[in-house]
Ligand binder design. Structure first.
Ligand code: GTP
Ligand code: MG
Length: 424
């Protein structure tokens, strides 16, 4: 519908991988059996999922942090650690995710679209994995990899699920102020509302909840479809609403009788856009506290409206919300037909990079190299040998040389610091 933009930040922390274990078999008569340290479990991933259960980014503003579980550590007897539980974070359909440079990294524009926001760290390999002909008793294992951690900006162009329609002064703004956190201007004269107000309505409890967005728009009058009153401008905001809530003023001082209000409103909607008349719709009597109960009974029994409410006393509001929820769900179902779940993976950079800091230190950045140095007992000569030969294989030596590293220069990889040696 409109240009209302909801924004929030989310912080995601995927689970760390568990550490690999250093362990040796205990066998009778053998001093030290073969290595039997199991691998650490992988950390849980965090995914964002476009879901129609949520309509706004409000929850992230209150609490932006989301974390997945860590993998557990490996153990002796080749026991592998348990994979950390991943997390699926539901976001409203239409959420755009932006990275640190304001670049769009995901556009979750269809229900069921999923995006990997933070990858869990891989579990470290246990010492069993380092067994070779030359290394019969490897005394080191890998640390688990640290899970990815990011801040993202979330943006959502809000579209109303329900548009409240009615004559000026019928109580549209009062209603939205009662069912949502919206605080529109309310006054006892027509055309108080000049621009639409959106409000997020929560139904249900924490575990089983749903949300939908309601738009309070300026009042409509006869001729609105031709531009009278606040006219056209605001009918536009009704176009994409999934359901319509029509409010009728039953009081004797209303400018038109209830049936006539309904007739005029329907005629204006139809004249503006014929298929608005096919939209799921609920017609409700407003301000029931201020009207003669017999008038209300009559309107209900003759089918002019299906229920009555009072924003002043709260009568009928709970029932109204559950009826609206049903309408919104039905409207959303129609939209979702035929959609399959689409999974988008974010490619992880596998290469490494050598950068020179202002203090002259060479830093090597990249997943594969950082993983290599993540060995638990990096102090054993054996582990250092392993790291050196592995870094050489990955081409780190050559890359450092090309970047101008000289004998004795400091090289840092993921928090470890080495002296560069030409010969390694
Ligand atoms: N007694 C009673 N008065 C109500 C109720 N709801 C709204 N009103 C009053 O009706 C008047 C108009 O309310 P608004 O909510 O501003 O009406 P609106 O439909 O948004 O009006 P416009 O923005 O001009 O189209 C205000 O004086 C409200 O206090 C109700 O349930 N009972
Ligand atoms: Mg209003």
């Amino acid at each position: 519908m409109s240009t209302f933009v909801d924004g929030a930040q989310i912080h995601v922390k995927a689970g760390n991988g568990g550490a690999g274990s250093v362990s040796f078999r205990r066998e009778a008569h053998v001093d030290k059996g073969g290595p039997d340290g199991g691998d650490g479990g992988n950390g849980g991933d965090i995914w964002l999922l476009a879901s129609t259960n949520v309509s706004s980014l409000l929850r992230f503003r209150d609490f932006p942090h989301r974390a997945a579980e860590n993998g557990s550590h490996g153990a002796g007897k080749k026991k592998h650690g348990i994979t950390g539980k991943g997390l699926i974070v539901e976001v409203p359909v239409g959420t755009v995710v932006k990275g640190p440079e304001d670049n769009v990294v995901a556009d979750l524009d269809e229900a069921g679209k999923k995006w990997l926001a933070a990858k869990g760290g891989q579990g470290g390999r246990g010492n069993t994995r380092f067994l070779s002909n030359s290394k019969r008793a490897p005394s080191f294992a890998e640390q688990g990899e640290v899970g990815e951690e990011f801040w993202y900006d979330l943006e959502l162009k809000l579209a109303a699920d329900v548009a409240i329609i009615g004559f000026p002064n019928v109580g549209k703004s009062t209603l939205i102020s009662v069912i949502s956190a919206a605080k529109p201007k309310i006054a006892d004269y027509p055309f108080t509302t000049l621009v639409p107000n959106l409000g997020v309505v929560h139904v249900g409890d924490r575990q089983d909840f749903s949300e939908f967005i309601v738009a309070d728009i300026p009042g409509l009058i006869e001729g609105a479809s031709e531009g009278k009153g606040l006219g056209h401008e605001f009918l536009r905001h009704i176009e994409r609403a999934k359901a319509l809530l029509v409010l009728i003023d039953p009081s004797s001082d209303a400018p038109l009788a209830p049936e006539a209000q309904l007739t005029v409103l329907m005629a204006e909607l139809g004249a503006y856009m014929a298929d608005l008349l096919d939209r799921p719709r609920l017609t409700v009597i407003s301000k029931m506290d201020s009207a003669d109960p017999s008038v209300i009974d009559e309107l209900l029994s003759q089918g002019t409206a299906s229920m009555a409410i009072s924003s002043a006393t709260g009568q009928g509001i709970r029932q109204l919300l559950s009826e609206l929820e049903v309408l919104v769900r039905a409207g959303r179902k129609v939209e979702e037909v035929g959609e399959d779940e689409i999974v988008i993976h974010r490619p992880m950079p596998q290469n490494f990079q050598v950068v020179r800091d202002s203090d002259g230190v060479f830093r090597v950045i990249g997943r594969s190299v950082e993983r290599t140095v993540a060995i638990s007992s990096i102090t054993t000569p054996e582990a250092i040998d392993y790291i050196q030969s592995r870094l050489k294989k990955l081409g780190v030596d050559r890359a450092l040389k090309r970047s101008g590293a000289r004998e004795g220069d400091e090289v840092r990889i993921a928090g470890f610091s080495f002296d560069y040696q030409e010969s390694i």
